[in-house]
Design a protein around this ligand. Structure first.
Ligand SMILES: *Cc1c(COP(=O)(O)O)cnc(C)c1O
Length: 408
């Protein structure tokens, strides 16, 4: 197991002995499925009838005119069922769960999006479902908890540690160790022990496969630059993979939070604040202090607020094949505002990081240049977070009135 799943110096599978057989089974099932042409057909079939694939690319004519530089195209992962690229991953893993003959899935969730996606998949496939969520996140993300429970999932509030995402991940592993025979852990991004980084980016690669063909047809050439936001790294790898062998500048955009100089951010690959370590079963760059204690991260976008990053991206950061940048909360909210007003599109706060970086660079390019932005998800489902980010007074009054209404 030790030599498997390495990307240069990153990745691996650092597992407790008791989980080794379960991971061997997962690796074997995944490899067999990958080599079975019928499997990808089955995947495409369900993605096209259940989750709007292929998602289109949209020419952003008003933004293009506004900046007067490169022609801007947007890959529309927001049109997936449950509103983001996360559907690509959970449906793929669901098909593997069926192949393994397991009947129950568990997942960790921070913002709740991956929990909702997993609970949706479980309802569709008829699996039992348990979602682990830190107590702080349960309080912050009530609407997502509401939907997970309606979808039939049991939501377990994690009260250990700092009561956020990383604590929910630890609890998920604890559950898995005691229920391996029946249960699969649906990890939410291209992180964690092998085979998760490879497996999750394999399912997400559908984004780039479609996008490369679409941009050639619609724009008449390859893009000069492709932008994607980076939380764990799954939507970024999903779109980048198809362009790795092309002369295309790939740009991963991390959460700059309140600014890299403040230390309040989640930039693992674009700041000097991270170092290489092993945690949660894999080796990568983590935001940690000198004793290996994980630092607190910050971002306006909950989905980018994570201490680690995909080992596959860490490798491309070192080789220089992918460039990493950071966008601050302020830049992101401005980019979101502009995109809503100019195009009538509502990107998720996560996705708006990719937009923000593209907007910084597009004006210096020419109309011969094409840029492609991955809109990983839609923002209208994030109304509570976005309304807070905009500090909209009418919204605040509405929330207050609603709350008072319940006391009557
Ligand atoms: C979860 C999420 C992300 C971050 O996850 P990655 O694995 O980095 O893609 C980005 N955008 C949206 C809309 C999300 O829901």
């Amino acid at each position: 197991m030790k030599d498997r799943g390495y990307y240069k110096n990153f990745g691996g599978a650092f597992l407790p002995e008791i989980l080794v057989a379960t991971f061997d089974e997962l690796v074997e099932t995944f490899q067999t499925a990958k080599n079975d042409p019928g499997f990808w057909e089955e995947y495409l079939d369900i993605m096209s009838t259940y989750s709007c694939r292929p998602t289109p690319i949209t020419f952003a004519q008003n933004l293009t005119r506004h900046f007067g530089g490169a022609r801007i195209y947007i890959k529309r992962e927001d049109l997936n069922h449950t509103g983001a690229h996360k559907a690509n991953n959970v449906i793929g893993q669901g098909l593997l769960v069926k192949r393994m003959g397991k009947t129950r899935v568990i997942a960790e969730t921070g913002a709740g999006q991956h929990g909702v996606a997993t609970a949706t998949m479980a309802a569709r496939f008829g699996f039992k479902c348990t979602i682990y969520m830190g107590e702080v996140d349960v309080q912050r993300q009530r609407p997502n908890v509401f939907w997970m429970e309606r979808l039939g999932a049991e939501v377990i509030t994690v009260k250990e540690g700092t009561r956020i995402l990383k604590d929910a991940i630890n609890e998920s592993f604890r559950d898995w160790v005691t229920h391996m025979d029946t249960t699969h852990y649906v990890l939410g991004t291209a992180c964690g022990p092998h085979p998760f980084p490879e497996m999750v980016s394999y399912f997400q690669s559908i984004i780039g496969q479609e996008a490369r063909k679409q941009i050639l047809e619609q724009a008449g050439g390859l893009p000069g630059r492709v932008y994607a936001c980076v939380g764990g790294g799954s939507n970024a790898l999903g779109i980048f993979k198809a362009f790795l062998d092309d002369p295309v500048d790939l740009v991963g955009v991390e959460a700059g939070g309140e600014g890299l100089e403040t230390g309040r951010h989640a930039s693992r690959l674009s700041s000097k604040d991270s170092s290489i370590g092993v945690a949660q079963g894999y080796k990568t760059y983590f935001l940690q202090d000198n004793d290996g204690q994980m630092r607190e991260t910050h971002s306006v976008a909950a989905g980018l607020d994570y201490v680690g990053v995909s080992p596959i991206l860490a490798q491309y950061a070192e080789t220089g094949r992918i460039r990493f940048e950071a966008a601050t909360d302020r830049e992101v909210v401005d980019a979101l505002s502009l995109t809503i007003q100019k195009e009538g599109l509502i990107p998720a706060l996560e996705s708006a990081h990719a937009f923000a970086q593209a907007f910084k660079e597009a004006p210096a390019m020419t109309p011969e240049d094409i840029v492609l932005i991955n809109q990983s998800g839609r923002g209208d489902k994030d109304i509570f977070t976005i309304a807070d980010a905009f500090a909209d007074p009418k919204w605040q009054a509405f929330i207050k009135e609603k709350a008072e209404g319940y006391h009557a």
